[in-house]
Design a binder for this molecule. Structure first.
Ligand SMILES: Cc1cc2nc3c(=O)[nH]c(=O)nc-3n(C[C@H](O)[C@H](O)[C@H](O)COP(=O)(O)OP(=O)(O)OC[C@H]3O[C@@H](n4cnc5c(N)ncnc54)[C@H](O)[C@@H]3O)c2cc1C
Length: 367
C-alpha cells in the first residue's frame, strides 16, 4: 500500500546528497516581510530551529481534515473518527499561511473526497478505519442498504460518489451508518472490509460487533434493528436483477468503470450483480469517511499561495492537499490527488529555485 514506493523515493532523495530531512519536525512559524517569506521555525522534539529561507517554503502538510474549526465549518456532522487520513493533518501549516493573509478557496462541489469506511477498535484502543474502495462493495453478492433495509445507491459507483450518496440519502432516511450486506459465498470469495477472503476466523469480528451475522435475512435484520420484510424484499429484488443483469433501480454495473470493479468470473450477466443466496448472511456498518481535502489554499498556476487581494504571497507555495484541488471537488478517477501533488510540487520547486530575490539559492521543503 505504498510503503515500498515511499521507501524507494526516500532512497533516491538520499542519493542527491544535498537534501536535509528533518524528521518528527513541525513547521511552527513562517517569517515574512514586504519582500516575501524569509524564514521558517522548525520545532523538533524540545528544540526549535530557525531556518533562513532564500527562495521558498512549499507547504504540503496534508490539508484541513483534522483541524477542528475547519472541519466543523466544512464537514458538519462527519466525525473525525471516520477520517482515514494521516493523523498529522491538523491544518497547522494552513493556519500559518492564513496568518500571512492567505486565502482558503471556495466553490468546490465538495470540500473533501469521500469513501465509505468501516470502523474497528484495535487492541491498543486506537481506531482502525477501513476504506471500502474496490475490494468488496462493488462485487456481486454484495448490496448496501439504509437503516430501513432498503437499497439507496449504486454500490459499484466510485467511492467518492458513494460517500456523497450516503450523506444525501441520510437527509431523508437514516443511512449513516449504512449496511454492507453479503452472503456466505461472497464473504468467502471477496472478504468484507477488514475480514479477509476465505471465511475463516470470523469469531473476533463477530465478538466485537464489527461483523454481524444471521442464519436468515430476517435474523440479520433483527440484529441490525431493521425491518426484516424490507431487507428480504431488497435481497429478492437484487436476486432478480442478478438473473436479468439489469438493475432498473440504480443502474449498477452499466459503465466500464463499474464493471472493472466487478467479477466476471462468477458467470452472471452483469459482473457487478450476483444473488445473495447462501446462508449465513453478514453485514458491516459503513460511514462516509473523508479521505482527503479538496478545499485548500487558493494558489495560482505556479502553486504560489494567493492572499485575500488575489496577489501571490512571495516565496509561499502550497501543493498536495494543502492546495485547493484543481478538480473542483469532483472525482474523475484514482490519482486525482497524488497526480496533481507531484506535478505542482515540481512546478513550485522550479519556480522557487528561479526566484532571485534572495541569495544564495536554497529551497526548503516542509513535509
Ligand atoms: C486510504 C487512502 C487511500 C488513498 N489512495 C489514493 C490513491 O490511490 N491515489 C491518489 O491519488 N490519492 C489517494 N489518496 C489521497 C492521497 O493519499 C493524498 O491526497 C496525499 O497523500 C496528500 O499528499 P500531501 O503531501 O498533501 O499530504 P500527506 O501525504 O498527508 O503528508 C502531509 C504530511 O505533513 C505533515 N504535517 C502536517 N502539519 C505539519 C507541520 N506543521 N509541520 C510539518 N509537517 C506537518 C503530516 O503529519 C503529514 O505527514 C488516498 C488517501 C487515503 C487516506
Amino acid at each position: 500500500m505504498g510503503n515500498a514506493l515511499v521507501g524507494r523515493l526516500l532512497y533516491s532523495l538520499s542519493k542527491l546528497g544535498n537534501v536535509q530531512l528533518a524528521l518528527r519536525a513541525q513547521a511552527s512559524d513562517i517569517q515574512h516581510d514586504e519582500r516575501g517569506v524569509h524564514g521558517l521555525t522548525l520545532r523538533q522534539d524540545k528544540t526549535s530551529r530557525s531556518i533562513k529561507v532564500n527562495q521558498g517554503v512549499i507547504l504540503a502538510s496534508g490539508g484541513f481534515n483534522r483541524d477542528p474549526e475547519q472541519r466543523a465549518r466544512l464537514l458538519p456532522g462527519i466525525e473525525m473518527d471516520w477520517c482515514p487520513g494521516a493523523p498529522g493533518h491538523t491544518g497547522q501549516a494552513q493556519q500559518l499561511a492564513r496568518g500571512l493573509g492567505a486565502k482558503l478557496a471556495e466553490g468546490s462541489l465538495s470540500p473533501a473526497f469521500w469513501a465509505p469506511v468501516s470502523l474497528r477498535r484495535r487492541a491498543d484502543g486506537s481506531q482502525a478505519v477501513f476504506p471500502h474502495f474496490m475490494l468488496d462493495r462493488a462485487k456481486p453478492g454484495m448490496i448496501t442498504v439504509n437503516a430501513r433495509g432498503a437499497r439507496f445507491v449504486n454500490e459499484s459507483t466510485s467511492y467518492h460518489l458513494f460517500g456523497l450518496a450516503m450523506q444525501e440519502a441520510n437527509r431523508s432516511t437514516p443511512s449513516i451508518p449504512a449496511f454492507l450486506i453479503c452472503d456466505a459465498a461472497a464473504l468467502r470469495q471477496y472478504g468484507i472490509g477488514m475480514v479477509r477472503p476465505g471465511g475463516k476466523n470470523l469469531e473476533p469480528y463477530l465478538a466485537d460487533g464489527y461483523l454481524s451475522a444471521g442464519n436468515t435475512l430476517a435474523e440479520l435484520a433483527g440484529k441490525l434493528g431493521m425491518d426484516p420484510a424490507t431487507l428480504e424484499d431488497s435481497v429478492a429484488r437484487n436476486n432478480r436483477f442478478a438473473a436479468s443483469g439489469v438493475d432498473s433501480d440504480f443502474h449498477r454495473g452499466e459503465t466500464a468503470y463499474q464493471q472493472n470493479m466487478g467479477d466476471p468470473s462468477r458467470g452472471q450477466p452483469n459482473p457487478n450483480i450476483g444473488p445473495l443466496a447462501e446462508a449465513p448472511y453478514y453485514a458491516v456498518r459503513l460511514y462516509p469517511g473523508d479521505i482527503g481535502a479538496a478545499t485548500g489554499l487558493q494558489t495560482d498556476a505556479q502553486a504560489r499561495v494567493l492572499g485575500l487581494d488575489g496577489q501571490p504571497i512571495a516565496g509561499l507555495y502550497a501543493v498536495g492537499n494543502d492546495m485547493h484541488s484543481i478538480m473542483g471537488g469532483v472525482y474523475t478517477a484514482p490519482g486525482i490527488t497524488i497526480g496533481p501533488a507531484l506535478v505542482f510540487a515540481s512546478i513550485a520547486a522550479t519556480h522557487a529555485s528561479q526566484r532571485h530575490t534572495r541569495a544564495p539559492t536554497r529551497v526548503t521543503v516542509t513535509q
